[in-house]
Design a protein around this ligand. Structure first.
Ligand code: UTP
Length: 296
């Protein structure tokens, strides 16, 4: 029987401490990447993959995110009166984008806990989790492939990316076996933030997951793990080793452009790369970038 349509869940309730003081009164997911908040790129990615129902998990400073996806009648009227249709279209776009819902995570007890807050909204639908500070370049689509693998294999699907061993301790890491498909691996074990010498591979989990509703029962009983937080990786480890519906866990290996906007260096790279590639900004910026790089 075909399953119900996919929903999207975007956790955006972390403290964002790496970005203090910018994130003292504003979620890091609202930091602008060129001229759009990071989380808007993520909602656009979900809708581009055909998902209309989007649930954002919000923490303190919730109003920023809620307001961004809501209509702004006063501003819209002003722009309409001025005849500024381009800017009006940009303002309207973020409120028309998707069917956006919000739920609060009272305390930031970890990514697994944030995902569990989605349980009543998601119900018995399969769903995609997209981290609100993790940008996948729209020119390198990933989510569609993950959803297709979910349908094909009846399994949990995670996104994996090769990372430098010096960075591996920052990620959840997978032990894997090959499949018949070059870009897809079977996940046999997952470890959250291992030391480089204990990492089972150089394949790190990045912020995209396609999950079935059976993950919620596992999350309900997942104890706090690394950092005292309820880790999504720990629940996925149970699925990989036979828990849940028994379909196991597969990884889609991503080789495209990705920016972790919760990290300051990656955030700056995202802005430089995306601005340089844009038709409206690139021509003015590229000569300056060259000049700047020569002076380094
Ligand atoms: P991170 O570990 O990158 O977020 O979580 P953080 O804790 O906010 O970051 P730093 O280290 O303090 O700077 C990955 C994603 O999970 C969300 C975050 O908002 C981010 O999108 N998250 C994390 C939650 O929604 N709730 C939590 O309790 C933890």
């Amino acid at each position: 029987m075909p399953h119900k349509p996919f929903k999207a869940v975007i956790p955006a309730a972390g403290l964002g401490t790496r970005f203090l003081p910018a994130t003292k009164a504003m979620p890091k997911e609202m930091l602008p990447v060129v001229d759009k908040p990071a989380i808007q790129y993520v909602v656009e990615e979900a809708t581009a993959a055909g998902i209309q129902d989007v649930l954002i998990i919000i923490g303190r400073n919730k109003n920023n995110i809620a307001n961004h996806f809501d209509s702004m009648p006063e501003l819209e009227t002003k722009l309409r009166e001025k005849g500024d249709h381009d800017k009006l279209a940009k303002v309207e776009h973020s409120s028309d984008l998707a069917d956006v819902h919000m739920v609060r995570q009272g305390e930031p007890k970890g990514l697994g806990h944030a995902v569990l807050r989605a349980r009543s909204h998601v119900g018995d639908h399969p769903f995609a989790v997209l981290l609100g500070d993790d940008l996948i370049d729209e020119r390198d689509p990933l989510l569609e492939k993950m959803m297709a693998e979910y349908d094909k294999r009846g399994a949990t699907i995670i996104a994996l990316m090769e990372v430098d061993p010096a960075q591996i301790h920052l990620y959840g890491v997978a032990a894997v076996e090959p499949t018949e498909d070059d870009g897809v691996v079977k996940v046999t074990q997952l470890v959250e933030k291992p030391k480089a010498e204990d990492a089972p591979s150089n394949l790190a989990i990045i912020g995209r997951y396609v999950l079935g509703p059976d993950v919620f029962d596992i999350l309900e009983r997942t104890e706090p793990g690394k950092g005292g937080e309820i880790q999504l990786t720990d629940a996925l480890e149970e699925l990989a080793t036979g828990g849940g519906d028994g379909g196991g866990v597969y990884g889609v290996v991503f080789r495209g452009r990705r920016y972790d906007t919760g990290d300051r260096v990656d955030y700056i790279k995202a802005i430089v790369q995306l601005a340089a590639d844009r038709d409206d900004l690139g021509p003015a910026l590229r000569p300056w970038f060259k000049e700047f790089a020569q002076g380094l």
